[in-house]
Design a protein around this ligand. Structure first.
Ligand SMILES: [Zn+2]
Length: 168
């Protein structure tokens, strides 16, 4: 999952990277130095934004934003819901946020600008639905956190009850 912002940032990074060598061509020695740095900076942004996004694996949500990569284990996830936050003072952004291990972790790489208050954009709703579906799927099959251990516990309770009743 990712947003169109990825391509905007990728384009910006690539443009900066391309400008470096162009500016350095035929210049003095420090022109090459700054051109090189410029190129590195642009290439880093382009590369990071290309990798930006959210990947769902059977065990975890892998979240890659512009500045860091992290994984949230499905077993820790309590819920997924939209998270609105203020950025750049004027703009509000909205992104799916994952409640996990007592913390709220917004998937910032999926942020969308949100001008209207109290409205969740369709793209965000879709992403949340996708995340919730993956969470439900994990719980169905996971023996550590899912429905199975609960069913086992209930079964054990039943056999204990039955034993207690038959003893009388
Ligand atoms: Zn689990």
């Amino acid at each position: 999952m990712h947003t169109r912002w990825r391509w905007v940032l990728f384009g910006l990074g690539a443009a900066v990277a391309a400008a470096g060598p162009v500016a350095a061509a035929g210049g003095p020695w420090y022109g090459y130095l700054f051109g090189g740095l410029w190129f590195l900076m642009g290439a880093t942004v382009a590369w990071r934004s290309f990798k930006m996004g959210t990947k769902l694996t059977p065990d975890a949500i892998e979240s890659t934003s512009l500045d860091h990569t992290s994984a949230i284990q499905w077993c820790d996830v309590k819920a997924v819901e939209p998270d609105r936050r203020r950025s750049l003072i004027v703009f509000h952004t909205i992104a799916p946020a994952v409640h996990a291990a007592g913390k709220k972790r917004p998937l910032t790489e999926l942020s969308l600008l949100s001008v209207k208050k109290d409205v969740v954009p369709e793209r965000t709703l879709k992403q949340i639905a996708e995340l919730q579906q993956a969470l439900a799927q994990h719980r169905e099959t996971c023996t550590a956190c899912g429905a199975r251990p609960k069913a086992q516990k209930q079964a054990r309770l039943w056999t204990r009850l039955r034993r207690a009743i038959s003893r009388k």
